[in-house]
Design a protein around this ligand. Structure first.
Ligand code: MRU
Length: 356
């Protein structure tokens, strides 16, 4: 393992430890590194809702373990166990609405439980097999992110600048990240990239998480406020934008952290390619367009009290959507574990899933 690989893997967001989930509390980064011990599906629901774990793939991985925790006390038979699996999955599905990886992982866990229950066998063996499924979701995500990184690397030139928004790094996945994966691989190859991390108001995933994990890895990262991206692009310092996503619709519209759409518009105005990196599990062919993607709205305090003190008048009206939709026309390419997808997206995305 290289130094960078060690660094990118050093702080895993989710770890299954013997009989519980160890979860890195991302609300406390970068000041404190604290792992929480989660014992129940309710603990996992709460961790997802309150952003202790966040990022589409990491939410899906956590939810898969949540299903394990929510069904492990079954003591009667496979029928009771299967019911508990479905109950836990239904509850976890209400934690956050936008990242489709959550629903993808829950569906996969339910399907596995259904198959195990139909198969018969002992309760203990079924419980163990369901845990193995959650572990597989996590380890497959690591492989997937590595492959995304390899494909994306081919789009980047040495000694150039990359701008990213929010955190789509190791902290948001099993390891490496999606948007940040090529940056770790580029570092390994001595490609010398300069990264600009948008701070990402209001919850500051860029400042607290992306700047933190890239700095830990020894990657050249410069933190900017969101409203500085245009200036940095105008100066010619950015040759590519790479972001992650919470859901890609069948027409190629992309939901990602609020502010992503603005970055895409800026990239187009400056003739800079705008890349979206994601696993196939983030592509939702059942959602026709971006307008059909549910957008989470979060508490006004994230905006009015986000810096540990009040920064707005009491009683002010606040609009706080956590995500926005970047129309497909702004997306230069979508980078998946199976390669680089280019427009027209409806056909290209359908072809990607054909035969699967
Ligand atoms: O609210 P968050 O922090 O969960 O939002 C995360 C993002 O928007 C990420 O860019 C996205 O989930 C992709 S993570 C690989």
């Amino acid at each position: 393992m290289t130094k960078q690989e060690q660094a990118s893997g050093a702080l895993q967001p989710v770890i299954w430890t013997e009989d519980h989930v160890s979860l890195l509390d991302q609300r406390l980064l970068p000041e404190q590194v604290v792992y929480l011990k989660l014992n129940t599906a309710q603990d996992v629901w709460e961790a997802i809702r309150h952003l202790k774990v966040r990022g589409a793939p990491a939410i899906g991985i956590s939810a898969a373990y949540g299903v394990v925790l929510g069904s492990r006390h079954a003591s009667e038979d496979l029928t009771q166990w299967r019911e508990l699996v479905h109950e836990a999955a239904a509850a976890l599905a209400t934690s956050r609405p936008t990242a489709v990886n959550l629903f993808w992982a829950l569906d996969r866990m339910k399907a596995r439980a259904d198959a195990l229950s139909a198969l018969g066998g002992t309760l203990e063996s079924a419980k163990r097999a369901l845990l193995d499924e959650a572990i597989a979701i996590q380890s497959e995500d690591e492989q997937t992110c590595r492959m995304i990184g390899e494909h994306a690397l081919g789009l980047l030139q040495p000694n150039t600048g990359v701008l990213t928004h929010c955190n789509a790094g190791g902290l948001a996945t099993a390891r490496y990240g999606t948007a940040l994966a090529p940056l770790y691989l580029a570092q390994d190859q001595g490609m010398n990239l300069r990264v600009f991390a948008d701070e990402t108001r209001p919850v500051l995933q860029g400042a607290r998480l992306t700047a933190f994990e890239l700095q830990q890895a020894g990657i050249d990262v410069t933190l900017i406020c969101d409203n500085m991206a245009a200036m940095v692009m105008a100066k010619g310092w950015v040759q590519a934008v790479i972001v992650g996503t919470d859901r890609v619709a069948a027409n190629g519209d992309v939901a990602n952290k609020i502010g992503t759409y603005g970055v895409a518009v800026l990239a187009k105005a400056h003739n800079i390619p705008f890349y979206v990196a994601c696993p196939m599990s983030t592509i939702d062919l059942h959602t026709a367009t971006g307008a059909d993607i549910p957008i989470e709205e979060r508490a006004p305090e994230e905006i009015t009290n986000g810096f540990g003190k009040r920064t707005a008048p009491l009683g002010i009206k606040v609009y706080n959507p956590a995500f926005d939709i970047t129309p497909a026309e702004y997306v230069t390419a979508i980078i998946t574990e199976r390669g680089i997808i280019r427009p027209p997206y409806p056909e290209a995305l359908a072809a990607l899933f054909a035969g699967l």
